[in-house]
Design a binder for this molecule. Structure first.
Ligand code: PMP
Length: 404
């Protein structure tokens, strides 16, 4: 892959921050957008802005066709069997809330439980807590070890008859841990328990094949994979989606409405009430095109090299301590520097044009486990370079001097 060419695809990388070239290492929060995605949004609004699915007129048909093409692209991207197994959502959070609400209302009762892991993002904790509270069910948690790896020795014991669904992240946004989701799915399926995978952090970094994983539900966000905010996808196996009640009611999700009885639309529209994020959906398709153009295997290889380079380079800082050292890691690196508060390190780096994230990264239980207030997190994308990592290291060393 030609890194110069890739960087040229992202206009924002020319930006200066406090007079310094932007070094963007907050990709786990959201990635930057390539020209292709920006142009797609502009084209929609300047050439065929129109509502989808209902219009008889030319523009509406054009918008509908582009929107549904995007669904085909996402379907191929995760290797789903059918396009109607791909529901457009507002993002991963929305997708998980959809499953928690619909699955919970249909299948959860008092005494049941949902099994999650100790390293979940709040969006794969709170929706389950909310529905469990409503239904009299409870949350159970797969524990984590000091390295940031899930302790799977206890999994079979945890997968008892109370568990109605397992919900785990593919890659931790805080620790970078890549969970063995295939193994978790296999073991849950041995007990006939369905599994939801939060793939928000996985989708931009490694190839996902929902059929090979045999996963029941999988949620992703476009904005973490070079696409716009406000759009994502929820994959669900047809057999599950057909059993679940609709999430929200409104236009588009119905077949017919009368005051006596309403019947619901076919998949996927049954789960897509109201006017969707149209330009965002179409641009999500463009983001998928962009990633496919580079090739996820190539991206994974290049990022894995950069990740190892970053870990080695950061190790040269005596005061630095990694939070999370799982054997299989990607994308995010969390650390603390001496006694410094993560926020102070983040602020000093910011003044040097380096964007990292500090805090709990929406994973407070991880912070509680490690007994820390937060971490500094550097997270990489396909456009980051070793030179940028070198500048991060220099920046941290400068922070150490300033704060000592
Ligand atoms: N899960 C993980 C692992 C994440 O990193 C994020 C975003 N930080 C989410 C879920 C939620 O994604 P979104 O905010 O796009 O809905």
């Amino acid at each position: 892959m030609d890194i110069h060419k890739i960087r040229a695809d992202f206009p924002i990388l020319e930006t200066q921050v406090y007079g310094k070239p932007l070094i963007y290492l907050d990709n786990a929060a959201t990635t930057q957008k390539p020209e292709l995605v920006l142009r797609t949004i502009q084209d929609y609004y300047t050439q065929y802005n129109s509502n989808v699915h209902r219009g008889v007129h030319f523009l509406s048909q054009q918008a509908t066709s582009a929107y549904e093409d995007a669904r085909k692209k996402v379907t191929a991207f995760i290797n789903a069997k059918h396009t109607h197994e791909v529901i457009f959502t507002r993002g991963t959070t929305d997708g998980i809330n959809l499953v928690a609400s619909s699955f919970g209302r249909k299948f959860l009762k008092a005494g049941d439980s949902i099994l999650i892991s100790a390293i979940e993002h709040h969006s794969n904790i709170v929706p389950w807590q909310m529905i469990c509270e409503e239904r009299g069910a409870t949350i159970k948690v797969i524990p984590v070890n000091e390295k940031g790896e899930l302790v799977l020795e206890e999994l079979d014991e945890l997968l008892d008859e109370t568990v109605k669904l397992v919900a785990v992240t593919y890659i931790s946004n805080t620790l970078g841990t890549i969970n063995p989701v295939k193994e978790i799915i296999n073991r849950a399926h041995q007990q006939d328990i369905p599994v939801l995978v939060d793939a928000a952090q996985a989708a931009p970094h490694l190839p996902i094949d929902v059929q090979e994983l045999d996963v029941d539900f999988l949620a992703i966000s476009a904005h973490k994979m070079y696409g716009p905010t406000g759009i994502g996808a929820l994959y669900g196996k047809e057999s599950w989606l057909n059993q679940l009640p609709p999430y929200q009611g409104g236009g588009d999700m119905i077949k017919s409405v009368s005051f006596k009885k309403t019947t619901y639309n076919e998949l996927p529209l049954k789960f897509e009430a109201g006017t969707p994020s149209i330009s965002e959906g179409i641009a999500f398709g463009a983001a998928v095109d962009y990633i496919q153009g580079l090739g996820l295997n190539n991206i994974q290889e290049a990022e894995s090299q950069l990740y190892s380079y970053a870990v080695e380079a950061l190790q040269t800082i005596d005061e630095l301590r990694f939070i999370g050292e799982a054997k299989h890691r990607a994308a995010s690196i969390s650390f603390l520097v001496g006694d410094a508060h993560p926020f102070d390190i983040g602020e000093i780096l910011d003044k040097q044009g380096i964007a990292v994230r500090t805090g709990h990264h929406c994973t407070e239980p991880i912070m509680q486990y490690f007994n820390i207030p937060g971490t500094v997190r550097a997270s990489i994308a396909v456009y980051n370079t070793p030179e940028e990592i070198d500048k991060l290291v220099t920046g941290i060393k400068k922070a150490v001097t300033l704060l000592s």
